[in-house]
Design a protein around this ligand. Structure first.
Ligand code: PA5
Length: 437
């Protein structure tokens, strides 16, 4: 595996707190972090049945991983369109990774379309029309196998597939990722003879992008999932230290607590790359669903700059001081280009001739940090990653997983359950007339 040596911490991900306006020192939390680090790695805390992600980089099913690669290779050519049917933890990670790693207009010959994450009739009807004459592969993903958005869309798209290809060929074109034994989806997949992949019992939805939940669609889309696992593995090794001076993930976890103690109840995740917008959505689920319980937590929000500086920027600069920003800074863009010259300079932009577009983006970031911190009094945390490639994605997943566990345990919250999301379902089922058993 493509691993780097010991002692490379901080080379991969860095946390810059020099603009964070912290009123307590991070080091003063060392004792607390020592105690909770043990709780995490010895799995003795709340929700410890769902901590399979902790050593997943080592324990994952290698045979299944090879099968993912094989199946992806087999279906790739058939997939002019890859439909990925899932919601929440069974959706956001794959989308975040594909967009981050490949960009928004990568020229990939397979188009990925996400369904099963909405009840919007217009959306579903338009996707059906859009794929009518295209060659389609469908990956349905649901741990419970009973999530209504996913199950309903799967019914619609399965009917589409069966009409288009017949049941026999659907065995080659429909892949189900679900529980190893339980649930309606598992039973249906077995009955129909679909290829199936397993969602581990001890990894919850929002931590599952590193399992077949994310890896199957990623592999079909041509993402190098071996490199994702390599990044995950190195993070697992490097971030397994309670020493705050060596662990940027724990530093981040502590900074969140310090900033909330200072009265900031909203965290805005900021990126300067449109291809990170879905990563922000994934991060929002991870933090929001993990921490927002018992009347506690920081509300995760997100913005894409400089786009949103022309909308939300006003509030951040001068509105109520409820938020701090966490900037995900990318050191090297996936692509760059030089700004051309214009002999007449009719647009007055020649002062930027020959500069790289990414340099302009970075100057916008620096100027904004100064404006928000110095003039606006808004704390800024800066997390840096070297690039938006597979290895960085794998590393970053572990960084946020372990930071989430730490930051939640620091306020006595179980980071691995989501009791609150059940309530809307109950009401909806009543209104839909779902039979009760
Ligand atoms: O984090 C979670 O548990 C949720 O977001 C679930 O992932 C989401 O509801 C989808 O659940 P399932 O995979 O069971 O269809």
């Amino acid at each position: 595996m493509d691993q780097r040596g010991e002692g490379d911490y901080f080379k991969m991900m860095k946390l810059n707190t020099s603009h964070a306006l912290l009123k307590e020192s991070i080091e003063s939390y060392q004792e607390k972090v020592n105690e909770l680090h043990k709780v995490i790695f010895e799995r003795t805390g709340a929700g410890n049945d769902f901590m399979g992600w902790v050593d997943w980089a080592e324990t994952y099913d290698k045979a299944e991983f090879e099968r993912i690669l094989k199946v992806a290779e087999k279906v790739k050519d058939k997939a002019e369109v890859l439909l990925v049917c899932g919601i929440g933890g069974s959706y956001l990670g794959a989308r975040a990774a594909i967009e981050m790693i490949q960009g928004l207009y990568s020229g990939n010959k397979t188009e990925v379309i996400f369904v099963g994450n909405t009840f919007s009739s217009t959306y579903i009807a338009q996707v059906l029309k859009h794929i009518q004459d295209k060659s389609v592969v469908l990956n349905v993903i649901s741990k419970s196998g009973t999530t209504t958005e996913t199950a309903l869309a799967f019914r619609v798209f399965r009917e589409f597939m069966e009409k288009k290809y017949g049941k026999e060929e659907c065995k080659e074109r429909i892949i189900a990722t679900t529980d190893k034994a339980r649930g309606t989806l598992k039973a249906l997949a077995d009955k129909e003879g679909y290829e199936t992949f397993v969602i581990p019992d001890d990894i919850g939805g929002r931590y599952s992008v590193i399992t077949p939940v994310g890896l199957v669609p990623l592999a079909i889309m041509g993402v190098d999932i071996k490199k994702i696992m390599a990044g995950l593995y190195d993070a697992y090794k490097e971030l397994n230290t309670a020493d705050l001076s060596k662990n940027p993930a724990y530093q981040y976890a502590v900074c969140r607590r310090i900033l909330q103690n200072q009265g900031y109840d909203v965290e805005m995740f900021v990126a300067y790359e449109p291809q990170l917008a879905m990563l922000a959505e994934w991060w929002k689920q991870l933090l929001g669903e993990s921490e927002g319980k018992d009347g506690k937590g920081i509300l995760p929000d997100s913005a894409n700059f400089s786009t949103d500086l022309h909308s939300l920027g006003q509030f951040i600069q001068e509105g109520k001081k409820v938020l701090f920003e966490t900037i995900l800074e990318v050191e090297n863009p996936t692509e760059d280009l030089l700004i051309p010259t214009d002999a007449e300079n009719s647009d007055q932009m020649n002062y930027l001739t020959g500069k790289s577009y990414d340099w302009v983006n970075k100057m916008a970031c620096l100027g904004t940090i100064e404006a928000h911190e110095v003039t606006g009094g808004v704390p800024n945390l800066i997390i840096s990653i070297p690039d938006m490639k597979e290895y960085s994605f794998g590393y970053l997943c572990y960084f946020f997983f372990i930071a989430t566990a730490m930051t939640c345990y620091m306020i006595d919250i179980n980071p691995f359950n989501q009791p609150g999301v059940e309530i809307y379902k109950k009401n909806m089922f009543r209104l839909l007339g779902k039979p009760t058993k």
